[in-house]
Design a protein around this ligand. Sequence first.
Ligand code: FAD
Length: 442
Amino acid sequence: MTTNQTMREQHSRDESYHEPSLPDVVVFPKTTAEVSKVVAFANEHQIPVVPFGLGTSLEGHIIPYHGGISLDMSLMNRVLEIRERDFLVKVEPGITRTQLNKELKKYGLFFSVDPGADATLGGMAATNASGTTSVKYGIMRDQVRDLEVVLASGEVIHTGGLSAKSSSGYHLNGLIVGSEGTLGVITELTLKVYGIPESIMAARATFPDIQAAVDAVTGILSSGISIARIELVDDRSIQQVNTYNQLNYVEKPTLFLEFHGNEAGLAQDVEFTKEIVSDFGCNDIQFELDNKARAELWEVRHNLAYAFIHGFAGKKLMVTDVSVPLTELAGAIIDARKAIETEKMDGAIVGHVGDGNYHALLMIDMKNKEEVEKAKRVNEHIVNYALARGGTCTGEHGVGVGKAMYQPLEHGAAYTVMQSIKQTLDPHHILNPGKIFMKKDQ
Ligand SMILES: Cc1cc2nc3c(=O)[nH]c(=O)nc-3n(C[C@H](O)[C@H](O)[C@H](O)COP(=O)(O)OP(=O)(O)OC[C@H]3O[C@@H](n4cnc5c(N)ncnc54)[C@H](O)[C@@H]3O)c2cc1C
């Protein structure tokens, strides 16, 4: 453990615009037993405990607004077991997704969920993260077979098992995934993994406008093509990408695509995709089969947020994160663009369009109150638009403090059920207090 000022500062902020706040102490447990002892002690003395993965979350999740302990899980980062023929891996929570994939590659396997940042598996489970591949493989909640969790009392439980199917008991995996460190500390995860596909092909396709690009997505999804990634990047984002990466991509709404399958199947998929996208006005589609070119294409997509963060030194990133039914997506994005323009802001839009999930990226000067207010109004407008159409205020980033105010509206009476669960599992509210629920509701 340490009370070193620099360490405390590193654990006082995430990668977003939310105000930092220092923990009193940072603790680095190495075993489940140590986590259990720390949490039981904190419970007895009513000291807040905020689990910390890598701090890449975007809604103030790990900021210890009530002080106390920042519980940094980075020393618990081992792969415990690879059950190759069960397509399962057991890991400690501090391992990152790229560290895990490096190990799995030796077995011809990979873990599918890929949030833009190189997050920890514990953090990804706690936020129910997803990313570019969920259109084919599903989100974090779909990958979790079992979790070992330390409850506020210090008791250690398992939430699932090794079997692919189970109808036994309540679905505690589903409850803990997405609980953002407010119900327990994840100390071990058993996760589903996949065989690396025989053949992978990536593509980049440009469209005259957003509506055409989204319509093409619907066309591709309904055709049964084996699409593993389908990402929308708007013209403003492409502009930034061109500057940041010194590229000269056409500055038009663009789909980044990836197909997984075998060589013969992919050849057919490519031809079929060309036909579909041309029906929607795409006259520029480029395919990349070569590993290096493909990796570069996805690096550009994954570094998009950083292209903005580094391009606007001194400003902070606000990123919206709604998800809507696919039929509402084009309307939602066009409306978001209008909201950004109405407030005379500079902003870009990117989306995991296969899932109806998109982000508006707004760079804000936290010292400029008017700019902060404008950005908050855009965020609120986007959330209300999504909620009115059966969507959610957060598709993948989670609630933290930034989306807490929308929880009662989104969940209605179920919000009270969530409060009772929190009260039962963490009666002294020591686990990540002030997150998910509004202060007055705790
Ligand atoms: C550039 C960029 C792009 C991003 N793109 C995506 C994206 O495409 N999709 C996406 O889903 N997210 C994305 N994110 C957000 C972020 O990467 C994810 O939310 C990620 O899952 C957070 O993981 P982490 O290890 O950094 O967790 P942290 O930020 O450290 O923690 C996140 C939450 O999990 C809790 N937590 C951490 N470890 C544990 C544990 N062991 N037990 C219990 N609770 C724990 C924390 O208390 C906190 O509430 C992006 C972030 C950035 C900066």
